[in-house]
Design a protein around this ligand. Structure first.
Ligand SMILES: C[S@@+](CC[C@H](N)C(=O)[O-])C[C@H]1O[C@@H](n2cnc3c(N)ncnc32)[C@H](O)[C@@H]1O
Length: 401
């Protein structure tokens, strides 16, 4: 039976929170102050999950999602929230996650760009349909277009759907250089008995993986330009998926760097942050675990004429070096955050400044709690790298106590 509830808060995933029969209930796509009829789809000892059957009173913060696949496809979570309200939600989310030990006055306004067409990389799954996984599932939902990728990538998707039988495909990845107009297509699947050359006018380089990786045409990689810097991006190297967001993020990092600093860039990927801030640096050392990313970083170093830089392919948990030559360490780890060794190294070596770029608030909180033994927070700035999803990036600047 459906129940009537009033939403009083949002959780960190943007789901509405209400109370029902003495328990907390989480409801997707319901906003604060909305009164809705819900159907309980899961009940646990402490909480329930519900789905809205009828909106009885709606919030003025609600908008009609521009994408017809919103709610079906698992890509976006909060496209039903007006963009300015999404930004407030993310600022609140940062305060809620870190507020217990970070003074609110240190948290600055969120930095943001365009909420649509921002992704330079997309991976489509194929299982009888070609599209994205449903939220928290491995069921593929077919999609005809995506509002987070460029019109050019959408046209390519359409061509692939129209001309390649799905039985040949397992996975399709498209990467794009927004400012170089280069496009990389990676197809994983069965050997085809027809040519893909009809895609040549849309695709700079095409890779086909039938257990072995074949470059069908082009160099097997593309480039992207961030302001005056050009980056080589190999198919499987990490590169920020939001090109304009990366420019905002890296400029923010740059604003905390003084002239002629020696900087250690841990988890450096293709060298992107270090290279972007290089005109301010005396020396840069980038450390990254992925061989392909570090090979790209070395090419990028030469291409962007960095004289005084070094890149090492290394697991940070094995990185042993005296850090007394560095005035700043930038860390930009994956969602799992810093490993214990890196945290201990930072505490032991007492580098004057740490710039922590985080894509996960929980691990940022865990790491900050430890780093605060030696460091104090100068500021935390959220950046909306992933509009229409609940994810938020943060730049946190720490100074030695
Ligand atoms: C969030 S990305 C940041 C990359 C880069 N700073 C950028 O902005 O493009 C994290 C990077 O950390 C690398 N990585 C993950 N675990 C690592 C480890 N244990 N040691 C070194 N690098 C690691 C990943 O390969 C990835 O390139």
């Amino acid at each position: 039976m459906d129940e009537k509830i009033k939403i009083y808060a949002l959780d960190s995933k943007g789901r509405g929170i209400a109370r029902l029969k003495g328990k907390v209930i989480f409801v997707k796509h319901a906003l604060i102050d909305e009164i809705v009829q819900v159907h309980v789809i899961k009940e646990k000892s402490k909480y329930m999950i519900g789905t809205v059957t009828t909106y009885l009173e709606t919030s003025e913060k609600r908008v009609i999602p521009v994408c017809p696949f919103f709610g079906i496809c698992g890509g976006c979570d909060i496209m039903h929230i007006a963009y300015m309200e999404q930004l407030k939600f993310k600022e609140e989310k940062v305060k809620n996650a870190l507020g217990t030990f970070v003074d609110e006055s240190l948290m600055q306004n969120i930095v943001y760009g365009n909420p649509l067409y921002y992704r330079n990389k997309v991976t489509f799954k194929v299982d009888q349909k070609l599209g994205f996984y449903e939220k928290e599932s491995h069921k593929v939902v077919s999609i005809a277009s995506c509002f987070l990728i460029s019109k050019k990538m959408n046209l390519l998707l359409k061509k692939i759907q129209e001309h390649i039988p799905l039985s040949f495909l397992e996975e399709v990845m498209i990467r794009e250089g927004k400012y170089t107009k280069e496009t990389l297509l990676y197809i994983k699947g069965k050997k085809m008995d027809f040519s893909l050359s009809f895609l040549k006018e849309d695709v700079t380089t095409c890779l086909f993986d039938d257990g072995q990786l074949h470059i069908l045409w082009g160099d097997g990689f593309i480039h992207e330009k961030l302001e005056k810097y050009t980056y080589k991006i190999s198919p499987f190297s990490f590169f920020q998926v939001n090109t304009d967001g990366a420019i905002l993020l890296y400029n923010l990092v740059k604003s905390f760097i003084e002239e002629k600093e020696n900087v250690l860039d841990l988890y450096c990927g293709t060298g992107s942050i270090g290279i972007f801030i290089s005109d301010k640096l005396k020396f840069l050392h980038g450390v990254e675990i992925s061989r392909s990313a570090i090979e790209d970083a070395i090419v990028n170093q030469k291409r962007n004429h960095l004289q005084n830089a070094q890149f090492s392919c290394l697991d940070t948990s094995l990185f042993e070096e005296k850090l007394d030559r560095f005035s700043t360490v930038i860390v930009d780890p994956p969602r799992s955050g810093l490993d214990k060794h890196t945290r201990d190294l930072l505490l032991k070596e007492k580098v004057p400044k740490i710039i922590y770029v985080s894509c996960d608030l929980m691990t940022l909180k865990r790491d900050l709690e430890i780093l605060l033994k030696q460091y104090k927070i100068k500021c935390i700035i959220p950046v909306d790298m992933f509009p229409n999803t609940y994810h938020v990036e943060c730049v946190c600047v720490l100074c030695l106590r």
